[in-house]
Ligand binder design. Sequence first.
Ligand SMILES: [Zn+2]
Length: 312
Amino acid sequence: MNNRRFSLMLVPDQGRVRSVRISAASLIACSITLLCFLSLGIWGGMQMYQADQKQMQISSLQNQIQMAQSRYAEQAGELQSRIDADRKQMAVYARDVGAIQARLARLDALGSKLVDKASLDSAEFNFGLQPAYGGPRLATSDVALEGLDLSIDRLDARLADLDVQLAAVDYLMEQKREEKAARPHAWPSEHGWLSSNYGVRADPFTGESARHNGVDIANRFGAPVLAASRGIVTFAGEMKDFGYMVEVDHGYGYVTRYGHLSSIAVHIGDEVTDGEVVGRVGSSGRSTGPHLHYEVHRFGQHMNPGKFLPRG
Ligand SMILES: [Zn+2]
């Protein structure tokens, strides 16, 4: 068997036939070697394929990890910015509370002072006392801030209450101070003398009994006519019977009228002080000679101007 030999012949299309003689042992050895190489090749290929697969799996895992990492980083960033925003909000709340407390302290002090000054019933305007508050609470999204919100609500309620109390005190004080200043009190012309009183008298034109709604102050033609108190000019022009006339609103229901003027020195809307020249004495309108017709109204009613003229 070991001595058997084989001939491998290569037969080309043309030329000599080549033959190689080979022993059976050599053929077996060659075949085994070839088989070994083939197996090695297949194994190697499989190994490479598996390595590729693993590499792909690793790459995929790496991608997933990276995505997860970036997602976590994003969430962490969001969380951080939310924490930062909350911190800022807390700082704002703290500052607001501080500012409100300072305002409150100042208003409390001012309120007490005003009550003393205005000699009001301090029981009615109790500035030290906490007012009652209640009502439905609005739901707050953040539980941690609820306490702070509540104190801000309370401070707001207290401030609103103080505002009302102070406005009332202020109003009462204004009433006392301003009404006195608004009241007509000055002689409405430079010199001159009272020539006709307020009330029923004989009409200078017809001689019949007629009501005189003001007083007449006789004066030289062109003498200054003066505002009886500070106020705002509400009429400056010509009016039937009155001739050239100026009307001044002094507030608190007081209005004065200056008639029969020869000229007007103010415009509608002008602010005048008491004693300010508003025009000149004349005889315009229903008049018999140069004089000032002076009227005082209170809340639309004629008043006796004599009561508003200075004594002496
Ligand atoms: Zn008159």
